[in-house]
Design a protein around this ligand. Structure first.
Ligand code: KG4
Ligand code: ZN
Length: 351
Protein backbone atom coordinates (compact mmCIF):
# COMPACT_ATOMS: atom_id res chain seq x y z
CA UNK A 1 0.00 0.00 0.00
CA UNK A 2 3.07 2.28 0.07
CA UNK A 3 3.11 2.59 -3.67
CA UNK A 4 1.88 5.93 -5.02
CA UNK A 5 -1.75 6.33 -6.02
CA UNK A 6 -1.73 8.30 -9.27
CA UNK A 7 -4.59 9.68 -11.33
CA UNK A 8 -3.81 10.25 -15.02
CA UNK A 9 -5.72 12.39 -17.51
CA UNK A 10 -5.52 12.00 -21.29
CA UNK A 11 -7.19 14.36 -23.78
CA UNK A 12 -4.75 14.64 -26.69
CA UNK A 13 -7.19 13.47 -29.36
CA UNK A 14 -10.78 12.21 -29.20
CA UNK A 15 -10.65 10.07 -26.05
CA UNK A 16 -11.27 11.56 -22.62
CA UNK A 17 -9.30 9.12 -20.49
CA UNK A 18 -8.99 9.02 -16.73
CA UNK A 19 -6.91 6.21 -15.26
CA UNK A 20 -5.97 5.40 -11.69
CA UNK A 21 -3.01 3.22 -10.77
CA UNK A 22 -1.24 2.23 -7.60
CA UNK A 23 2.38 1.54 -8.53
CA UNK A 24 2.09 -0.90 -11.44
CA UNK A 25 -1.43 -1.95 -10.55
CA UNK A 26 -4.30 -0.70 -12.67
CA UNK A 27 -7.31 0.26 -10.55
CA UNK A 28 -9.47 2.10 -13.08
CA UNK A 29 -9.40 2.98 -16.76
CA UNK A 30 -12.41 5.15 -17.63
CA UNK A 31 -12.61 6.31 -21.25
CA UNK A 32 -15.27 8.44 -22.94
CA UNK A 33 -14.76 8.64 -26.69
CA UNK A 34 -16.19 11.25 -29.03
CA UNK A 35 -15.32 9.10 -32.06
CA UNK A 36 -18.98 8.78 -33.14
CA UNK A 37 -19.24 12.56 -33.42
CA UNK A 38 -16.33 12.61 -35.88
CA UNK A 39 -17.29 9.59 -37.95
CA UNK A 40 -19.32 11.47 -40.55
CA UNK A 41 -16.35 13.80 -41.22
CA UNK A 42 -13.99 10.86 -41.77
CA UNK A 43 -11.52 12.22 -39.22
CA UNK A 44 -11.28 13.95 -35.86
CA UNK A 45 -12.60 17.53 -35.83
CA UNK A 46 -10.50 19.39 -33.21
CA UNK A 47 -13.19 21.78 -31.99
CA UNK A 48 -15.73 18.98 -31.61
CA UNK A 49 -13.16 16.95 -29.66
CA UNK A 50 -12.40 19.86 -27.28
CA UNK A 51 -16.06 20.41 -26.47
CA UNK A 52 -16.61 16.70 -25.91
CA UNK A 53 -13.66 16.61 -23.47
CA UNK A 54 -15.16 19.48 -21.55
CA UNK A 55 -18.48 17.67 -21.18
CA UNK A 56 -16.95 14.29 -20.39
CA UNK A 57 -14.20 15.35 -17.98
CA UNK A 58 -16.02 15.48 -14.64
CA UNK A 59 -18.21 12.38 -15.20
CA UNK A 60 -15.15 10.42 -16.36
CA UNK A 61 -13.14 11.41 -13.27
CA UNK A 62 -16.09 10.40 -11.09
CA UNK A 63 -16.46 7.07 -12.88
CA UNK A 64 -12.74 6.30 -12.49
CA UNK A 65 -12.80 7.06 -8.74
CA UNK A 66 -15.88 4.92 -8.29
CA UNK A 67 -14.34 1.97 -10.14
CA UNK A 68 -11.07 2.27 -8.21
CA UNK A 69 -12.97 2.58 -4.93
CA UNK A 70 -11.08 5.72 -3.93
CA UNK A 71 -11.85 9.33 -3.09
CA UNK A 72 -10.00 12.12 -4.88
CA UNK A 73 -8.34 13.06 -1.59
CA UNK A 74 -6.60 9.66 -1.51
CA UNK A 75 -4.62 10.46 -4.69
CA UNK A 76 -0.87 11.13 -4.23
CA UNK A 77 -0.22 12.77 -7.59
CA UNK A 78 -1.92 13.93 -10.77
CA UNK A 79 -0.45 13.17 -14.19
CA UNK A 80 -1.66 14.69 -17.44
CA UNK A 81 -0.76 14.52 -21.13
CA UNK A 82 0.63 17.94 -22.03
CA UNK A 83 1.51 17.03 -25.63
CA UNK A 84 1.75 16.22 -28.44
CA UNK A 85 -1.83 16.34 -29.70
CA UNK A 86 -4.64 18.72 -30.61
CA UNK A 87 -3.99 22.05 -28.89
CA UNK A 88 -7.56 22.74 -27.75
CA UNK A 89 -8.09 19.16 -26.64
CA UNK A 90 -4.86 19.10 -24.61
CA UNK A 91 -5.84 22.36 -22.92
CA UNK A 92 -8.96 20.81 -21.42
CA UNK A 93 -7.01 17.99 -19.79
CA UNK A 94 -4.19 20.23 -18.60
CA UNK A 95 -6.66 22.72 -17.08
CA UNK A 96 -8.56 19.93 -15.32
CA UNK A 97 -5.33 18.44 -13.96
CA UNK A 98 -4.14 21.81 -12.68
CA UNK A 99 -7.46 22.41 -10.95
CA UNK A 100 -7.25 19.00 -9.26
CA UNK A 101 -3.61 19.45 -8.24
CA UNK A 102 -4.26 22.89 -6.82
CA UNK A 103 -7.52 21.95 -5.11
CA UNK A 104 -6.10 18.77 -3.57
CA UNK A 105 -2.66 20.20 -2.85
CA UNK A 106 -0.98 17.35 -4.75
CA UNK A 107 1.95 17.42 -7.22
CA UNK A 108 1.27 17.52 -10.96
CA UNK A 109 3.31 15.78 -13.67
CA UNK A 110 2.83 16.97 -17.26
CA UNK A 111 3.89 13.98 -19.36
CA UNK A 112 4.47 13.13 -23.01
CA UNK A 113 1.71 11.18 -24.76
CA UNK A 114 4.17 8.99 -26.68
CA UNK A 115 6.18 7.93 -23.64
CA UNK A 116 2.85 7.10 -21.96
CA UNK A 117 2.09 4.66 -24.78
CA UNK A 118 5.34 2.91 -23.79
CA UNK A 119 4.85 3.08 -20.00
CA UNK A 120 1.36 1.55 -20.11
CA UNK A 121 2.77 -1.90 -20.79
CA UNK A 122 4.03 -2.16 -17.21
CA UNK A 123 0.42 -2.33 -16.03
CA UNK A 124 0.04 -5.59 -17.90
CA UNK A 125 3.50 -7.16 -18.09
CA UNK A 126 5.36 -5.69 -15.11
CA UNK A 127 8.48 -3.48 -15.02
CA UNK A 128 9.55 -2.21 -18.43
CA UNK A 129 12.56 -3.78 -20.04
CA UNK A 130 15.10 -0.96 -20.29
CA UNK A 131 16.77 -0.64 -22.69
CA UNK A 132 14.12 -1.55 -25.26
CA UNK A 133 13.09 -0.49 -28.72
CA UNK A 134 9.61 1.00 -28.67
CA UNK A 135 7.58 1.18 -31.84
CA UNK A 136 4.66 3.58 -31.50
CA UNK A 137 2.06 3.35 -34.20
CA UNK A 138 -1.12 5.38 -33.95
CA UNK A 139 -3.38 7.73 -35.88
CA UNK A 140 -0.94 10.57 -35.32
CA UNK A 141 2.46 8.92 -35.02
CA UNK A 142 4.74 6.19 -36.27
CA UNK A 143 8.06 6.23 -34.49
CA UNK A 144 10.88 4.00 -33.43
CA UNK A 145 12.40 4.95 -30.10
CA UNK A 146 15.37 3.67 -28.16
CA UNK A 147 14.20 3.73 -24.55
CA UNK A 148 16.76 3.51 -21.77
CA UNK A 149 14.63 5.40 -19.23
CA UNK A 150 10.94 5.90 -19.92
CA UNK A 151 10.85 9.03 -17.72
CA UNK A 152 13.17 10.66 -20.26
CA UNK A 153 15.98 11.16 -17.77
CA UNK A 154 19.33 11.88 -19.47
CA UNK A 155 18.08 11.30 -22.99
CA UNK A 156 16.22 8.18 -21.93
CA UNK A 157 13.79 8.38 -24.86
CA UNK A 158 15.78 8.69 -28.06
CA UNK A 159 14.06 8.85 -31.48
CA UNK A 160 15.64 6.58 -34.13
CA UNK A 161 13.08 7.09 -36.89
CA UNK A 162 9.58 8.23 -37.72
CA UNK A 163 7.16 8.59 -40.57
CA UNK A 164 8.06 11.17 -43.18
CA UNK A 165 4.42 11.56 -44.28
CA UNK A 166 1.28 9.73 -43.05
CA UNK A 167 1.15 7.89 -39.75
CA UNK A 168 0.40 4.17 -39.90
CA UNK A 169 -3.07 4.61 -38.37
CA UNK A 170 -3.79 7.44 -40.77
CA UNK A 171 -3.02 5.08 -43.67
CA UNK A 172 -5.43 2.50 -42.21
CA UNK A 173 -8.12 5.17 -41.84
CA UNK A 174 -7.66 6.54 -45.38
CA UNK A 175 -7.61 3.14 -47.04
CA UNK A 176 -10.68 2.10 -45.06
CA UNK A 177 -12.45 5.16 -46.41
CA UNK A 178 -11.50 4.20 -49.97
CA UNK A 179 -13.02 0.78 -49.36
CA UNK A 180 -16.21 2.25 -47.92
CA UNK A 181 -15.46 1.06 -44.38
CA UNK A 182 -16.37 3.22 -41.35
CA UNK A 183 -14.03 5.53 -39.38
CA UNK A 184 -11.76 4.78 -37.61
CA UNK A 185 -10.78 2.24 -40.21
CA UNK A 186 -8.07 0.21 -38.48
CA UNK A 187 -10.31 -2.32 -36.73
CA UNK A 188 -12.49 -2.71 -39.86
CA UNK A 189 -9.49 -3.40 -42.10
CA UNK A 190 -8.18 -5.82 -39.48
CA UNK A 191 -11.50 -7.71 -39.58
CA UNK A 192 -11.90 -7.65 -43.39
CA UNK A 193 -8.30 -8.80 -43.84
CA UNK A 194 -8.99 -12.02 -41.95
CA UNK A 195 -11.16 -13.14 -44.89
CA UNK A 196 -8.70 -11.89 -47.52
CA UNK A 197 -5.50 -12.99 -49.22
CA UNK A 198 -2.32 -11.19 -48.08
CA UNK A 199 -0.53 -11.85 -51.37
CA UNK A 200 -3.45 -11.08 -53.70
CA UNK A 201 -1.99 -7.67 -54.59
CA UNK A 202 1.67 -6.70 -54.40
CA UNK A 203 1.47 -3.26 -52.79
CA UNK A 204 4.69 -1.20 -52.32
CA UNK A 205 6.79 -1.28 -49.14
CA UNK A 206 7.76 2.34 -48.46
CA UNK A 207 11.41 3.31 -47.77
CA UNK A 208 12.78 -0.21 -48.11
CA UNK A 209 14.84 0.11 -51.31
CA UNK A 210 18.59 0.06 -50.84
CA UNK A 211 18.84 3.75 -51.74
CA UNK A 212 16.07 4.78 -49.34
CA UNK A 213 17.61 2.71 -46.55
CA UNK A 214 20.80 4.76 -46.75
CA UNK A 215 18.96 7.91 -45.65
CA UNK A 216 15.84 6.52 -44.02
CA UNK A 217 16.79 3.19 -42.47
CA UNK A 218 14.41 3.59 -39.52
CA UNK A 219 11.91 6.00 -41.06
CA UNK A 220 8.51 5.10 -42.49
CA UNK A 221 6.43 6.33 -45.42
CA UNK A 222 2.83 5.28 -46.01
CA UNK A 223 1.51 7.88 -48.41
CA UNK A 224 2.83 6.06 -51.53
CA UNK A 225 1.11 2.89 -50.34
CA UNK A 226 -2.16 4.73 -49.81
CA UNK A 227 -1.95 6.17 -53.34
CA UNK A 228 -1.16 2.73 -54.77
CA UNK A 229 -4.27 1.31 -53.11
CA UNK A 230 -6.37 4.23 -54.42
CA UNK A 231 -5.11 3.68 -57.99
CA UNK A 232 -5.74 -0.06 -57.80
CA UNK A 233 -9.30 0.42 -56.52
CA UNK A 234 -10.03 3.12 -59.13
CA UNK A 235 -8.82 0.86 -61.94
CA UNK A 236 -11.17 -1.90 -60.78
CA UNK A 237 -14.09 0.52 -60.58
CA UNK A 238 -13.34 1.97 -64.02
CA UNK A 239 -13.32 -1.53 -65.47
CA UNK A 240 -16.75 -2.06 -63.89
CA UNK A 241 -15.44 -4.94 -61.80
CA UNK A 242 -16.27 -5.51 -58.12
CA UNK A 243 -13.58 -4.43 -55.65
CA UNK A 244 -12.41 -7.45 -53.62
CA UNK A 245 -12.49 -5.53 -50.33
CA UNK A 246 -11.11 -8.37 -48.19
CA UNK A 247 -8.14 -9.00 -50.49
CA UNK A 248 -7.30 -5.29 -50.75
CA UNK A 249 -7.52 -4.97 -46.95
CA UNK A 250 -5.33 -8.03 -46.40
CA UNK A 251 -2.69 -7.03 -48.96
CA UNK A 252 -2.59 -3.42 -47.72
CA UNK A 253 -2.36 -4.51 -44.09
CA UNK A 254 0.43 -6.94 -44.97
CA UNK A 255 2.43 -4.14 -46.64
CA UNK A 256 2.12 -1.92 -43.55
CA UNK A 257 2.89 -4.66 -41.03
CA UNK A 258 5.77 -6.07 -43.08
CA UNK A 259 7.57 -2.70 -43.12
CA UNK A 260 6.81 -1.90 -39.47
CA UNK A 261 8.11 -5.23 -38.20
CA UNK A 262 11.11 -5.29 -40.52
CA UNK A 263 12.30 -1.85 -39.40
CA UNK A 264 11.57 -2.41 -35.70
CA UNK A 265 13.59 -5.63 -35.67
CA UNK A 266 16.38 -3.98 -37.65
CA UNK A 267 16.48 -1.20 -35.03
CA UNK A 268 16.69 -3.76 -32.22
CA UNK A 269 19.45 -5.70 -34.00
CA UNK A 270 21.44 -2.57 -34.80
CA UNK A 271 21.42 -1.53 -31.13
CA UNK A 272 21.94 -5.03 -29.76
CA UNK A 273 18.64 -4.70 -27.85
CA UNK A 274 16.59 -7.81 -27.12
CA UNK A 275 13.22 -6.31 -26.20
CA UNK A 276 10.70 -4.76 -28.55
CA UNK A 277 7.67 -2.99 -27.20
CA UNK A 278 4.81 -2.02 -29.52
CA UNK A 279 2.25 0.61 -28.55
CA UNK A 280 -0.34 3.00 -29.94
CA UNK A 281 -3.70 2.28 -31.56
CA UNK A 282 -2.29 0.29 -34.49
CA UNK A 283 -0.61 -2.08 -32.03
CA UNK A 284 -4.12 -3.47 -31.57
CA UNK A 285 -3.81 -4.89 -35.10
CA UNK A 286 -3.93 -8.68 -35.00
CA UNK A 287 -1.65 -9.23 -37.99
CA UNK A 288 0.99 -6.81 -36.64
CA UNK A 289 1.05 -8.64 -33.32
CA UNK A 290 1.33 -12.03 -34.99
CA UNK A 291 4.00 -11.04 -37.51
CA UNK A 292 6.12 -9.28 -34.87
CA UNK A 293 6.00 -12.36 -32.59
CA UNK A 294 6.78 -14.73 -35.42
CA UNK A 295 9.79 -12.87 -36.82
CA UNK A 296 11.16 -11.70 -33.46
CA UNK A 297 11.21 -15.18 -31.97
CA UNK A 298 13.50 -16.32 -34.80
CA UNK A 299 15.97 -13.58 -33.80
CA UNK A 300 15.73 -14.20 -30.06
CA UNK A 301 13.97 -10.86 -29.53
CA UNK A 302 11.15 -10.65 -27.00
CA UNK A 303 8.02 -8.72 -27.99
CA UNK A 304 5.69 -6.98 -25.55
CA UNK A 305 2.38 -5.56 -26.70
CA UNK A 306 -0.27 -4.36 -24.24
CA UNK A 307 -3.80 -5.70 -24.67
CA UNK A 308 -5.78 -3.77 -27.33
CA UNK A 309 -7.72 -1.66 -24.79
CA UNK A 310 -4.45 -0.29 -23.41
CA UNK A 311 -2.98 0.33 -26.91
CA UNK A 312 -5.55 2.93 -27.92
CA UNK A 313 -5.56 6.26 -26.07
CA UNK A 314 -6.55 6.04 -22.41
CA UNK A 315 -5.87 7.64 -19.04
CA UNK A 316 -4.25 4.56 -17.51
CA UNK A 317 -1.18 5.06 -19.69
CA UNK A 318 -0.74 8.58 -18.35
CA UNK A 319 -1.18 7.38 -14.78
CA UNK A 320 1.37 4.61 -15.47
CA UNK A 321 3.99 7.10 -16.60
CA UNK A 322 3.10 9.46 -13.73
CA UNK A 323 3.55 6.59 -11.29
CA UNK A 324 7.01 5.94 -12.76
CA UNK A 325 7.88 9.63 -12.33
CA UNK A 326 6.98 9.40 -8.64
CA UNK A 327 8.76 6.06 -8.16
CA UNK A 328 11.97 7.39 -9.74
CA UNK A 329 11.87 10.61 -7.73
CA UNK A 330 11.46 13.01 -10.66
CA UNK A 331 10.71 16.64 -9.87
CA UNK A 332 7.01 17.47 -10.42
CA UNK A 333 6.03 19.98 -13.09
CA UNK A 334 5.20 23.56 -12.26
CA UNK A 335 1.53 24.51 -11.97
CA UNK A 336 1.89 26.79 -15.00
CA UNK A 337 3.02 23.95 -17.27
CA UNK A 338 1.90 24.56 -20.86
CA UNK A 339 0.01 22.31 -23.28
CA UNK A 340 2.28 21.84 -26.31
CA UNK A 341 0.68 20.43 -29.46
CA UNK A 342 4.05 19.65 -31.06
CA UNK A 343 5.91 18.49 -27.95
CA UNK A 344 9.04 16.56 -29.03
CA UNK A 345 9.19 12.93 -27.89
CA UNK A 346 12.44 13.65 -26.03
CA UNK A 347 10.60 15.97 -23.61
CA UNK A 348 8.92 13.40 -21.43
CA UNK A 349 8.29 15.49 -18.31
CA UNK A 350 7.26 19.16 -18.31
CA UNK A 351 9.35 21.50 -16.19
O1 KG4 B 1 -3.41 5.62 -30.27
P1 KG4 B 1 -4.74 5.95 -30.88
O2 KG4 B 1 -5.98 5.52 -30.14
O3 KG4 B 1 -4.89 7.48 -31.11
C1 KG4 B 1 -3.87 8.29 -31.61
O4 KG4 B 1 -3.02 8.75 -30.78
O5 KG4 B 1 -3.87 8.46 -32.83
O6 KG4 B 1 -4.74 5.33 -32.35
C2 KG4 B 1 -5.85 5.41 -33.21
C3 KG4 B 1 -5.50 4.76 -34.53
C4 KG4 B 1 -6.55 4.93 -35.62
O7 KG4 B 1 -5.91 5.36 -36.80
C5 KG4 B 1 -7.12 3.52 -35.78
O8 KG4 B 1 -7.58 3.25 -37.08
C6 KG4 B 1 -5.93 2.67 -35.43
O9 KG4 B 1 -5.31 3.35 -34.35
N1 KG4 B 1 -6.33 1.31 -35.02
C7 KG4 B 1 -5.99 0.20 -35.71
C8 KG4 B 1 -6.60 -0.89 -35.05
N2 KG4 B 1 -7.28 -0.42 -33.96
C9 KG4 B 1 -7.09 0.94 -33.95
N3 KG4 B 1 -5.26 0.05 -36.83
C10 KG4 B 1 -5.10 -1.19 -37.30
N4 KG4 B 1 -5.67 -2.29 -36.73
C11 KG4 B 1 -6.42 -2.20 -35.61
N5 KG4 B 1 -6.96 -3.29 -35.07
ZN1 ZN C 1 -2.04 7.83 -28.88
Amino acid sequence: MNEPLVLGIETSCDETGVGIVRGHTLLADAVASSVDEHARFGGVVPEVASRAHLEAMVPTIERACETAGIRLHDVDAIAVTNGPGLAGALLVGVAAAKALALGLGKPIYGVNHLASHVAVDQLEHGPLPEPCIAMLVSGGHSSLLRVTDVTGHEGGVDPMGQTIDDAAGEAFDKVARLLGLPFPGGPHIDRAAREGDTVAIDFPRGLTSRRDLERHRFDFSFSGLKTAVARWVEAKERAGEPVPVNDVAASFQEAVCDVLVRKALDAAASEGIEDLLIGGGVAANSRLRHLAEERASKLGIRVRVPRPGLCTDNGAMVAALGSEMVARGRTPSSLDLPADSSLPVTEVLAG
